[in-house]
Write a protein that binds this ligand. Structure first.
Ligand SMILES: Nc1ncnc2c1ncn2[C@@H]1O[C@H](COP(=O)(O)OP(=O)(O)O)[C@@H](O)[C@H]1O
Ligand SMILES: [Mg+2]
Length: 150
């Protein structure tokens, strides 16, 4: 599908955030500047306002690798794995090793090979128009066929 604008991205993000629960994984795939952090910001802010809380700043975890958000009963882990080049470093980070049920939103998830039950993959691509993006969605588990809902 074509995302027509930032406003359209926000509308799409609402459909995703309504369904997000602890245990879900969202993989965001696409080049630098394509909109992965922008989509994450919407997801986190939507959930904050759905839960009646104030929307906070959502920064890119480019250098920190991870920022965490506790939103009432939900815990969101926002990763940016761009700087991780080896599987060993990923293991060190322990991203899927803890049993803790959280929502994981991951930019640059390429090195992650862990089989995951409820995973939503969002692929973003540039198109000719600067304000538009191509979005492809592939879901597993509860996210299977989610592309037909948006
Ligand atoms: N339709 C759109 N969807 C997503 N981002 C868009 C769109 N149109 C313009 N942009 C802009 O593209 C940039 C995306 O940056 P960012 O989300 O940081 O990318 P990434 O995290 O993928 O590197 C932002 O400046 C955003 O405002
Ligand atoms: Mg980013």
């Amino acid at each position: 599908m074509i995302v027509k604008s930032l406003e359209h991205l926000k509308q799409i993000s609402k459909k995703i955030s309504q369904k997000l629960k602890n245990g879900d994984c969202v993989f965001l795939i696409g080049e630098i500047g394509v909109g992965k952090t922008t989509l994450t910001r919407h997801l986190i802010n939507n959930i904050q306002s759905q839960k009646g809380l104030k929307e906070t700043e959502v920064l890119s975890p480019t250098f920190n690798l991870l920022y965490e958000y506790e939103i009432k009963d939900l815990k969101i882990m926002h990763y940016d794995l761009y700087r991780i080049k080896k599987t060993e470093e990923l293991e060190h980070l322990g991203i899927f090793s803890e049993n803790e049920k959280t929502i994981k939103i991951v930019e640059w998830p390429d090195l992650i090979k862990t089989p995951l039950t409820n995973k939503l993959e969002v692929h973003l691509e540039y198109v000719k128009n600067d304000n538009e993006r191509k979005m492809n969605i592939h879901g597993l588990g509860k996210w299977k066929n989610f592309e037909n809902e948006i």
